[in-house]
Write a protein of this length. Structure first.
Length: 321
């Protein structure tokens, strides 16, 4: 289930936060039941449809895992499955796009007909996404129950950025600065999938056009949401802008805000005491200083989180003063 979310984010640029939250809150099986019994397509399905990437949808990920055992009339939602055969699917603000026929590149509710020969007789077995999902989830093949963290972690890491003018996605022109900085701080992971991260970073910056260099130290804080899959894969997504203050060096002392701050993917150790994470997809972010100046940049970040004390979530220091 988590792989569906991760592929949609990396390959289609769609961050399915609602889907991720549903898995975390409901679990894999309950999420599957909810989605297939919804009378209208989910927001995620609509977004992937608009991007032409229904191959990344929840439905397609399940349809390849069907088996003849899922065709029992007593299977969960089998009546719902049959009702989908002619059910139109509408998207917000769009005309009807599916009426039960099989157009080129059909929506994924379209059924798969499987011919099963038994002597001189043929039976046409209609496999629907609904039955497939429930069978897959109930068998334990797709039920990725989320893992909850609940503690305070010390963090350390590094970042490298290029600053310039936006040109194309993942591309800057007129590069005005190269940055590299070390980060140290504290991250609190709550059991409800939320958290906060704060700390300090000290970095150096080189301007290639002027051959000038500078150094600065700044503080930062932001909120985030996170998800840990059963495979111990970690996804951390900022839920607020990053705010902070340049304490030493130009252009400080001055406050700043960073928007479009990218999330990080990584792993959780078996004992859950250590987390590692790094950016996976380039993303343009914007720094806005309190004097009105703005900077566009693309950064690569890595982090290591180490649990402080026990899982009571008690305080731990950053070692910075």
């Amino acid at each position: 289930m988590f792989d569906i979310y991760q592929r949609a984010k990396l390959e289609a640029g769609y961050n399915a936060t609602i889907f991720l939250r549903m898995i975390s809150d409901r679990g894999g099986l309950a999420t599957a039941k909810y989605l297939i019994n919804s009378p209208t397509p989910s927001d995620g399905y609509t977004h992937l449809y608009e991007r032409g990437r229904l191959d990344l949808s929840f439905d397609r990920s399940c349809i390849s895992l069907t088996s003849s055992e899922s065709l029992s009339k007593n299977a969960p939602c089998s009546l719902r499955a049959r009702s989908l055969l002619g059910a139109p699917r509408r998207f917000p603000g769009q005309r009807q796009v599916y009426t039960g026929a099989r157009p080129a590149g059909p929506p994924l509710e379209a059924v798969t007909a499987v011919l099963v020969h038994q002597g001189s007789m043929q039976r046409v077995l209609v496999l629907s996404v609904s039955v497939a999902v429930i069978t897959w989830a109930a068998s334990g093949c797709g039920v990725a129950q989320p893992i909850q963290l609940n503690g305070t972690f010390q963090l350390s890491g590094s970042s490298t950025c290029i600053n310039g003018e936006p040109d194309l996605p993942f591309k800057l022109k007129n590069v005005c600065a190269l940055e590299s900085f070390a980060v140290q701080g504290v991250a609190t992971f709550n059991s409800d999938g939320t958290g906060t991260e704060s700390g300090w970073s000290m970095g150096v910056e080189f301007n290639p056009s002027s051959s000038l260099g500078l150094a600065r130290t700044l503080s930062f804080i932001f909120s985030f949401t996170y998800f840990v899959g059963a495979d111990l894969v970690l996804d951390v997504e900022p839920s607020s802008p990053v705010t902070g203050t340049v304490a030493y060096g130009p252009p400080g002392p001055m406050d700043f805000t960073i928007t479009e701050f990218p999330g990080v993917f990584g792993f959780v150790s078996q004992n859950r005491n250590t987390l590692t994470a790094a950016t996976q997809k380039p993303q343009m972010e914007t720094i806005t200083y309190s004097n009105g100046d703005t900077v566009k940049r693309i950064c690569s970040r890595s982090r290591v989180y180490t649990l402080c004390g026990d899982w009571s979530g008690g305080p731990c220091g950053t070692g910075l003063r």
